[in-house]
Write a protein that binds this ligand. Structure first.
Ligand SMILES: Nc1ncnc2c1ncn2[C@@H]1O[C@H](COP(=O)(O)OP(=O)(O)OP(=O)(O)O)[C@@H](O)[C@H]1O
Ligand SMILES: [Mg+2]
Length: 343
């Protein structure tokens, strides 16, 4: 429940966590308004999980400040804990217990009496589409069912703030949609959600605001629309009649638009980002100029569309060229290990 005072759900200033000589979180400032979904996006090893763990009082910050509903995560950790929940927190979802047994057990641990615990478990299993699997052992659940059970466990008591750390990684589109619906329902009840994800579409669909983090720092923050418009005015996607003309078309477009034109996997397709130019030509104007030039060159375009930049493009533009995305794939290993530990 948001507190109605306009106080942010989360506020951090200069938050730092150092592992050895690795500044995993290197001065993060975040302000998360209460009652919203806030997206934290970043590549492997960016520091998302480390940030979440500090905010959920599971890890002690090395420097900086972090408050959850005005409570200091370090000196008032117990009070913070009473108001937050984290998926993965109940990594103890017992493989040998059924869906119902798991939820009833956890609800009992949270202090619910047995009838209330059963009722809550049944309601959540129903809401998460798990009624049919309610009496099946969790070890026989699919990845998507498992994830839904994890989230169900984390909202047995409606938390004021829910941390969802990559809740849909590895899920198929249908399961992902189900999780999105759950997130929307949770927020509709007044819970603030901090969602980390590598799926930019997910943040775009769910989050009111997004922080993009890379190497332990926030490199961009804003609404999805704001982030998109910061990178350019959109892109044009073309399908040519004749694949042989593509190199020529590409060269012409690069000249006309003054940007790099991407040759898609489809041998007929080209994609170019339309940059806001100094003359302030709008994207439609730029695109029609480009099409006219192709026509003048005798290159037939069968189909074209004009799009807003995707968050993927935003992400690549923001993290591009910032040298030293050190190919240390050690972070990927860390993540897998961690996720196994959570699974
Ligand atoms: N307990 C730990 N001990 C040592 N190093 C750690 C620990 N936890 C995380 N790190 C390191 O801190 C950095 C940030 O890791 P973190 O898990 O926060 O990244 P992430 O953004 O969640 O990445 P992913 O998308 O892969 O989950 C990485 O370099 C990681 O290897
Ligand atoms: Mg992580």
């Amino acid at each position: 429940m948001s507190n109605g005072t306009g106080e942010p759900a989360i506020e951090t200033r200069g938050l730092v966590k150092i592992f050895g000589d690795n500044r995993a979180v290197d001065g993060v400032d975040l302000t998360v308004p209460a009652g919203t979904v806030y997206g934290v996006l970043g590549p492997n090893g960016a520091g998302k999980t480390t940030t979440v763990r500090m905010l959920a009082t599971l890890l002690r910050p090395d420097a900086g400040e972090a408050r959850v509903f005005g409570l200091d995560v370090f000196t008032q950790a117990d009070a913070v804990r009473s108001r937050v929940s984290l998926t993965g927190q109940y990594a103890s979802v017992d493989e040998d217990l059924t869906g119902t047994e798991n939820l009833v057990l956890l609800a009992r641990l949270l202090g619910h009496r047995k009838p209330a615990a059963r009722e809550r478990a049944a309601a959540l299993l129903d809401a998460f589409g798990l009624t049919e699997a309610a009496d099946r052992q969790a070890k026989n659940y699919s990845g998507g069912m498992r994830r839904r059970l994890d989230i169900a466990a984390s909202i047995l008591n409606t938390p004021d703030l829910l941390f969802l750390d990559e809740p849909t990684t590895g899920l198929d589109p249908r399961s992902r949609n189900q999780v999105w619906d759950i997130v929307r329902a949770v927020v509709a009840q007044g819970t603030t959600v901090l969602l980390t994800t590598q799926y930019l579409e997910e943040a775009d669909r769910l989050a009111g605001r997004i922080a993009v983090i890379d190497k332990g720092r926030v490199i961009a923050e804003g609404t999805p629309g704001h982030l998109k418009s910061s990178v350019g005015s959109g892109s044009i996607h073309l399908r040519l009649r004749d694949a042989d003309r593509r190199p020529e078309a590409r060269e012409l477009l690069e000249r006309v638009l003054g940007t790099t034109v991407h040759a898609d996997a489809d041998p007929l397709a080209l994609t170019a980002r339309l940059m806001q130019d100094g003359n302030a030509s709008g994207p439609a104007e730029l695109a029609s100029h480009a099409l006219a030039q192709l026509a003048a060159g005798g290159i037939v375009v069968d189909d074209f569309s004009l799009g807003q930049p995707s968050l993927d493009e935003v992400f690549l533009a923001l993290t591009d060229g910032k040298a030293g995305r050190s190919a240390t794939d050690t972070t990927a290993t860390t993540k897998e290990t961690k996720q196994e530990a959570v699974a």
